[in-house]
Design a protein around this ligand. Structure first.
Ligand SMILES: O=P(O)(O)O[C@@H]1C[C@H](O)[C@@H](CO)O1
Length: 319
């Protein structure tokens, strides 16, 4: 395997794990140190952690091995806290994530997931902002992800690249990566909260490296290949989480429709113009990160309520 590819992966190890865990053990009170469930907050969704109480925030800068989230809408800290009444459920949230397009290696992107697993997390709820490829998905819909299509993984950009390690599978199966029991609880949570049926859909997530958004041809290609939404994160985290033995649920918030106009010929337009006819053409549209963040802000509350209810259900089924 080319060295450049191997170094994109797990770096043959688990980074400065002992040091990271030691710092956390030093900072956190015992009731927060062993989180049961983890949340990864997508673009504009760091307020998902605001349902926690007794929160202790740990900046990534104090944790060796962590990078810095440089994307607007992501904060560089872990939030440890309790959810619900009484003793509460210990939960940890990544208030921001690392994307490969920021210049982070894949091993840095997934390092926090490996840390969370070692703290005792059993279930992880990964959220993201995504563009809709499936025309039936409206902006603001939450999509419970059931599968993924990861062209970068298929092409050799995979966080699991690297030497085999003891106690880790060499060949990770992904046919059940998105936990069916957790997906069931996602729909039960939505039902319990009385969310309208259309607020929550199911679908397949296409991972692209970004940071450029898709061209219309790429959008058509991903749709034709079976994806419902597209985004620039999540899949590396899912792979690491599965490798670490965590149960995974992924919730994508549709923040925009991917612009996939029908192919429209300029030649035909010019010929029509010359013939004195006019052709009606849809207006050009473009997606922006500002739009993504604005929808995230509008829908963060419903996403937060859904995630909190999901965590309650997870823990009531598997204390
Ligand atoms: O971190 P997520 O996947 O939520 O962020 C999405 C994908 C890109 O990072 C960015 C594009 O607007 O939002």
């Amino acid at each position: 395997m080319p060295a450049a590819l191997a170094s994109q992966g797990q770096n043959g190890g688990i980074g400065p794990m002992a040091s990271t865990l030691e710092v956390l053990a030093h900072i956190l009170p015992a009731r927060l140190l062993k989180p049961r469930v983890a949340i990864v907050c997508g673009s504009g969704l760091s307020t998902l952690a605001s349902s926690l109480r007794d929160v202790v925030e740990v900046p990534y800068s104090s944790l060796e091995g962590f990078g810095k989230s440089t994307v607007e809408g992501h904060r560089s800290a872990l939030a440890f806290g309790l959810l619900g009444e009484g003793n509460g459920i210990p939960v940890v949230a990544m208030l921001g994530r690392f994307h490969p397009y920021e210049g982070h290696s894949l091993s840095t992107v997934v390092y926090p997931i490996r840390v969370l697993a070692r703290l005792g997390v059993r279930d992880i709820i990964i959220t993201n902002a995504a563009g809709a490829l499936n025309p039936s998905l409206d902006v603001g819909t939450i999509v419970s992800i059931q599968d993924h299509l990861a062209i970068p993984n298929l092409a050799g950009f995979n966080p699991l690249l690297g030497p085999a390690r003891p106690n880790y599978p060499r060949f990770l199966p992904l046919s059940t990566a998105y936990s069916r029991p957790l997906r069931r609880l996602v729909f039960l949570a939505a039902h319990t909260l009385g969310l309208p049926r259309a607020a929550l859909a199911e679908g397949t997530y296409a991972w692209v490296s970004g940071p450029s958004y898709e061209t219309p041809a790429e959008g058509r290609f991903l749709r034709a290949a079976g994806a419902d939404v597209v985004g620039m994160s999540t899949v590396p985290e899912v792979l690491a989480a599965r490798e670490e033995g965590l149960n995974v649920a992924v919730l994508s918030l549709v923040t925009n429709k991917v612009v996939i106009p029908e192919y429209s010929s300029v030649r035909e337009e010019v010929e029509a113009e010359l013939a004195g006819k006019s052709i009606q053409r849809a207006k050009d549209a473009e997606v922006s990160h500002e739009e993504v963040l604005s929808v995230g802000k509008q829908k963060a509350e419903v996403m937060k309520t859904l995630v909190a209810k999901l965590i309650e259900l997870i823990v009531s089924e598997q204390p």
